[in-house]
Design a protein around this ligand. Structure first.
Ligand code: KG4
Ligand code: ZN
Length: 353
C-alpha cells in the first residue's frame, strides 16, 4: 500500500564530477540543478578525485538552494532527504551523503541512501514536461546502463526488482570513447565530441574489432578496441592530420561500440523473453546508439524506452525519484550513520542498510 499524502523530497548526487540537487514531489521533478565540473577536469584528461570532492564542497549548497528556490519549497516543507550512497569516488560521495544526512538530522526527516546505478536503471521512466517518474505502463525489461564508469545489462523484473546479468570486464564504453578521444587530441569527456564528428564520417571506413560480440554471455570488454585504435594510429599517423580521416575514424570506432552494445542487448532481451528494452547513463545520449537500438527494437517488435538526454548523465532527479518511490512504498530508510559504499554492487543493496 502506498502513502496518499506526500511532501517534497530533496536529493543530492555527487558520485563523480557533477554536483546536483533536485526536488521531487509525487514522482514529479520540481527542479533539477546540475553544476558540471567538466571544465575543471578537462586539462587533466579525466576526473581528479580530490578536485572533484573540493568542487562538490564549494557547489553543493548553492546548487541545493537553487533547487529549493526553483521548486518553491522551503526546508520545513521537505518530507525526506536522499543522496547517492555509491558506487562512485569515495571523497566525492562523502560530500553529498554527509550533507543529506545533516539536513535529515536537523529537520528530523528520513534519509535514503540510493544506489547510483539503481537510479540510472529507472531514469528512462522519468519523462514528460514537467518530468514525472511514471511506472503506469511499466513492463519487465532488459536494461542497458552505459556510462563513463560502467557498462552493464540488467533484467528488471518489476519496479525496484532487478538482477544484474553482466558487466564490462575492463573499460566501460564511455571510458573507451574518452580514451580514444584522448589519442586523437580531444578534450575530456570525448564522447559527445566523437558523437558529433562521427555524424560526418563513414562508419565503414576502418574495420575495428567488436570485442565479445559473439560470446554467449552478457559481459563486455572495450580495452582491446582502444588498444587497436592506438596501434592503428601508430601505423597510420597521417590520419591524425586529415580532418576527413579523423571523422571516419570517429564514425568507425563509434560503430564498433554501438554494434556491440546493440547486439548484446537485443540478444539478452530475446533470451529472457522480455519485450521492452531501456537504456540509461551518459553514453545513452549517443545519437547513433539511440537510433540503432531503437531500430533494432522496432525490428524485434520490442518497445524501447531511452532515458531523456537531460537524465542520461549524472543528476539528482533520478536519485530523488527512486528515493521517493521507495519512501512511498515503505522501503526502510537508511541510517543517518550509514557510510558511503564506493564499490557497491547493483544487486547487494540489502547488505548495507
Ligand atoms: O553517466 P555519466 O554522466 O557519468 C558516469 O556515471 O560515468 O557518463 C559520462 C560518460 C562519459 O564517458 C562521456 O564521454 C559519455 O558518458 N558520453 C557520451 C555522450 N555523452 C556523454 N558518449 C558518447 N556519446 C555521447 N553523446
Ligand atoms: Zn552515472
Amino acid at each position: 500500500m502506498s502513502k496518499t499524502f506526500f511532501m517534497p523530497l530533496l536529493a543530492f548526487e555527487t558520485s563523480c564530477d557533477e554536483t546536483s540537487a533536485a526536488v521531487v514531489h509525487q514522482g514529479r521533478v520540481l527542479s533539477s540543478i546540475v553544476a558540471s565540473q567538466i571544465a575543471l577536469h578537462a586539462e587533466y584528461g579525466g576526473v581528479v578525485p580530490e578536485l572533484a570532492a573540493r568542487e562538490h564542497l564549494h557547489n553543493l549548497l548553492p546548487v541545493a538552494r537553487e533547487a529549493l528556490r526553483q521548486a518553491s519549497v522551503s526546508n520545513e516543507q521537505l518530507e525526506a532527504v536522499a543522496a547517492a550512497q555509491g558506487p562512485g569516488l569515495p571523497s566525492a560521495l562523502m560530500v553529498g551523503i554527509k550533507a543529506a544526512q545533516a539536513v535529515a538530522f536537523v529537520l528530523r526527516r528520513p534519509f535514503f541512501g540510493i544506489h547510483h546505478h539503481e537510479a540510472h536503471l529507472y531514469s528512462p521512466w522519468i519523462r514528460g514536461n514537467p518530468p514525472v517518474m511514471d511506472f503506469s505502463d511499466f513492463q519487465p525489461n532488459l536494461s542497458l546502463i552505459v556510462s563513463g564508469g560502467h557498462t552493464m545489462l540488467v533484467h528488471v523484473q518489476a519496479e525496484l526488482k532487478h538482477r544484474l546479468l553482466g558487466a564490462t570486464v575492463d573499460d566501460a564504453a564511455g571510458e573507451c570513447f574518452d580514451k580514444v578521444g584522448k589519442l586523437i587530441g580531444l578534450a575530456y569527456p570525448a564522447g559527445p565530441q566523437i558523437d558529433r564528428l562521427a555524424e560526418q564520417g563513414n562508419p565503414k571506413a576502418f574495420d575495428f574489432p567488436r570485442p565479445m560480440i559473439n560470446d554467449q554471455n552478457d559481459d563486455f570488454s572495450f580495452s582491446g578496441l582502444k588498444t587497436s585504435v592506438r596501434y592503428f594510429l601508430r601505423d597510420n599517423p597521417a590520419v591524425m592530420t586529415d580532418g576527413r580521416c579523423l571523422r571516419d575514424l570517429c564514425a568507425s570506432v563509434q560503430a564498433a561500440i554501438v554494434d556491440v552494445l546493440v547486439t548484446k542487448t537485443i540478444r539478452a532481451a530475446k533470451r529472457l523473453g522480455v519485450t521492452c528494452v531501456t537504456a540509461s547513463g551518459g553514453v545513452s545520449c549517443n545519437r547513433a546508439l539511440r537510433k540503432q537500438l531503437s531500430a533494432a527494437c522496432a525490428r524485434e517488435r520490442f518497445s524501447v524506452r531511452l532515458a531523456d538526454p537531460e537524465f542520461c548523465t549524472d543528476n539528482a532527479a533520478m536519485i530523488g525519484a527512486v528515493a521517493e518511490h521507495k519512501f512511498r512504498h515503505h522501503v526502510k530508510e537508511t541510517s543517518l550513520d550509514a557510510d558511503i559504499h564506493p564499490n557497491w554492487s547493483l544487486c547487494s543493496e540489502e547488505a548495507v542498510r
